[in-house]
Design a protein around this ligand. Structure first.
Ligand SMILES: [Zn+2]
Length: 473
């Protein structure tokens, strides 16, 4: 079976062919740890997680590397504005390293809560300063970089095709955007050139600086992803992931410097997921208040319901977030859990049926990561004419990709339904005795009132030949 997804480089859905049979070398751009990741950022990581687990479901072995940006990322991706880490430290009256540690931990707490698997390698940019310096030196030697005004820049005019991801129409729009950029760096030979190493920084208080052949300074943002991926994956990689807003300039610059440095093609497949929008437009941190997974949790939402919400839509489409939409996902998720909780694991698993459904599921996720179709197949299984043991085995199997923990939640639901705390049990027994007494005295109004009182506490009673029985409803 072929595995396909949309490759931004070829601008089409393509069959994935790794360089090494059965193995996938993957890189994903990590967070800049100056603030919390909003739920739009987390959507990107959920869809990447679905891609990785789908590849694994289809039999691939994936090695994934991710960076943590703790230096060099300015408020504009085009090297202008304030350093995000320095701004974050100022905002919170902390050091840059304290900020980095706090927001790295906060990031992974939300990352884990939505069911994501951690990358095999996570590398902070500040760990790799010698690698950055080496790459900049080679780019200077090869004539792809120049020193101006104390900084080292990449010379984009040396490339045949700088706008590697863009069609000719998009290229024109980007060129206009770059020309109209208000903040002009007069050191640049070409508008699209970008900083590889800052020494003459306009930020007097840049906290993190290192010695380099060009003076004390710090790396540009784009260089870190090229170096960190090569450090752990070597000169080639199969899939590079990110959000659509990384395509330009970040990923465009990554390709420029990596291929100039290596002298050959670097990465064959680029996987980008689309934005999460709220009703006023794209979710972003610059707007001030923004939503995080932890905040959703505080409001009583299970983070896995947010994952379920994301998986129901296609990664290439913008997704609109509203509480109404999320509440619909909560209702659907709870219904699923309830149905799973009613399954009884008796009998033997029907292996032929199981294989059949697993193949359908694999086909869905292998077809441009159609996660909503994968969820439809889960519903089909619940309705299917197969025994409960097979259904449970399939739900477990699909959860290797979906990671919705339906079985765990269903078990918790069953336990909550059968275990009643002692206080409630005493109350129920007392109420039943009072009701029996009232009935004996032919005081039916009181007997009915006691029955309603129990019902209000979620307890339903029934008179049977064996006496009064009760259950939680
Ligand atoms: Zn990156």
């Amino acid at each position: 079976m072929s595995f396909t997804f949309y490759n931004t480089l070829s601008r089409q859905v393509e069959e994935f062919k790794p360089r090494e049979e059965g193995k996938v070398a993957m890189y994903t751009c990590g967070p800049t740890v100056y603030h919390f990741a909003h739920i739009g950022n987390i959507r990107t990581y959920i869809m990447q997680d679905a891609l990785i687990k789908s590849l694994e479901y289809a039999g691939y072995n994936v090695k994934r590397v991710m960076n943590i940006t703790d230096v060099g990322h300015l408020s504009s991706d085009a090297d202008t504005g304030e350093d995000k880490m320095v701004a974050g430290a100022k905002r919170e009256h902390k050091t840059v390293m304290e900020i980095a540690k706090f927001y790295t931990d906060a990031f992974f707490s939300d990352f884990d809560a939505v069911g994501n698997k951690r990358p095999d390698v996570v590398e902070p940019a500040t760990n790799c300063i010698p690698e950055f310096i080496h790459m900049v030196e080679v780019l200077l030697e090869k004539g792809y970089a120049y020193v101006a005004g104390g900084n080292v820049y990449f010379d984009t005019s040396k490339l045949e095709d700088y706008y590697i991801f863009s069609s000719s129409v998009e290229k024109e729009a980007l060129e206009v955007g770059v020309r109209d950029d208000v903040e002009e760096d007069t050191n640049k030979k070409n508008k699209t050139d970008f900083v590889l190493w800052f020494t003459k920084s306009k930020f007097e208080d840049q906290a993190l600086k290192w010695d380099s052949p060009w003076g004390v300074g710090y790396p540009g943002w784009h260089i870190e992803c090229s170096c960190i991926s090569m450090k752990h994956l070597g000169e080639y990689m199969d899939i590079h992931c990110g959000g659509v807003d990384n395509i330009f300039p970040h990923h465009t610059n990554e390709v420029a410097q990596s291929e100039a440095y290596l002298g050959h093609k670097w990465c064959n497949y680029w996987f980008h997921s689309n934005h999460l929008n709220d009703q006023s437009g794209k979710m972003s941190k610059s707007k001030g208040a923004f939503l995080t997974v932890s905040l959703l949790k505080e409001k009583g939402y299970d983070p896995l319901v947010y994952r379920f919400f994301c998986l129901q839509s296609h990664y290439r489409k913008p997704l609109v977030f509203s509480y109404e939409n999320l509440d619909n996902a909560v209702a659907a998720y709870n219904k699923l859990v309830k149905r799973v909780s009613e399954l009884k694991a008796d009998g033997a698993v029907d292996e032929a049926q199981k294989k059949d459904y697993e193949a359908k599921f694999c086909e869905a996720v292998s077809n441009d990561l159609n996660t909503s179709m994968a969820i439809t197949i889960l519903y089909d299984v619940l309705k299917a004419d197969v025994n409960d043991a097979t259904k449970i085995a399939l739900i477990e199997s699909f959860d290797r990709v979906l990671s919705l923990d339906l079985i765990g939640h269903a078990k918790a639901l069953v336990e909550a339904g059968t275990s009643v705390d002692a206080e409630l049990e005493a109350f129920i027994n007392d109420a039943i005795a009072r009701r029996a007494q009232a009935k004996k005295e032919k005081d039916f109004a009181t007997a009915d009132a006691i029955r309603d009182e129990l019902l209000a506490k979620g307890v339903e009673i029934k008179d049977t030949r064996e006496g009064v029985v009760w259950k939680l409803v």
